[in-house]
Design a protein around this ligand. Structure first.
Ligand code: ADP
Length: 238
């Protein structure tokens, strides 16, 4: 058995359709450890979000096994799985999904409400994370009073507040202008290193993907390791 912090063994995802079985993921294998940063690229519809959602326990694999921090989350009963997800996994989506009626600080603290509530230690941690991303002056603002990049910075803090083992980002810069996207990309890479978290980022952006230490391309249901040379070749002319 693998002793990696995250291991995905022969994970497949199939959907039954009128035209027969649609295989989206075909026996995917992946092992990552804290501190690793992986970018997943690939054509639209190739199953990148599906893979991310399986790792995030939001979708079940049809077959195969996921182990995160020594636990198979799909063996847990639903309430324990929800708690596991809350503690072990941070999500960053293309849209920030902040609650509009809550302040920046409250939004960051929301994942802590499931467990012991917003303790003073967690409030201090939230403020420290918000300071780290340059938002100390904005903690009492509401999301509507922030720029797109600032909202995504809040979403990064919210994803990290429970010290997750893995940070999953689905097109985190897809709605941002190039300059802001660049700074959010830097923040994600730096902060996941600082927090010793596994970062897995699905992106269409070559500019973002090429900054990752590890790169894989998902196509035809399979993950393929991209060497730097492959990635540069794919870049030519773009
Ligand atoms: P990507 O993130 O690479 O764009 P997705 O993971 O969103 O791809 O989707 C992968 C494929 O799975 C798509 O072709 C999509 O149509 C298909 N798919 C997703 N959910 C279902 C479903 N419930 N039934 C059938 N096909 C589905």
């Amino acid at each position: 058995m693998s002793d990696a912090d995250l291991s995905i063994q022969d994970v497949s995802k199939e959907y039954p359709t009128a035209a027969g079985t649609l295989t989206i993921l075909n026996k995917i294998n992946l092992e990552l450890n804290r501190g690793d940063a992986l970018a997943i690229t690939g054509p639209s519809g190739s199953g990148k979000s599906t893979l991310l959602y399986i790792i995030g326990t939001l979708e079940n694999p049809t077959t195969g096994k996921v182990m995160l921090n020594g636990q198979d989350p799909f063996e847990l009963k639903p309430s324990d799985q929800a708690l596991f997800r809350n503690q072990e996994i941070g999500f960053i989506f293309q849209d920030h999904h902040l609650l509009p009626q809550c302040t920046v600080l409250e939004n960051v603290l929301i994942p802590t409400l499931v467990d012991k509530g917003a303790t003073s230690a967690k409030t201090a941690q939230a403020k420290s994370l918000l300071d780290r991303v340059g938002l100390t002056e904005r903690i009492h603002h509401r999301p509507a009073q922030l720029s797109g990049g600032e909202r995504q910075r809040v979403a990064v803090c919210r994803a990290l507040i429970n010290n997750p083992t893995v940070l999953l980002a689905d097109e985190p810069t897809g709605n941002l202008d190039p300059h802001t996207a660049d700074s959010i990309g830097s923040l994600l890479l730096e902060i996941s290193q600082e927090q010793n978290t596994i970062l897995i980022c699905v992106t269409h952006s070559e500019a973002l993907a090429e900054r990752f230490q590890l790169r894989q391309d998902l196509s035809n249901g399979k993950l393929n390791v991209l060497s730097t040379a492959d990635a540069n070749e794919g870049n030519e002319g773009s």
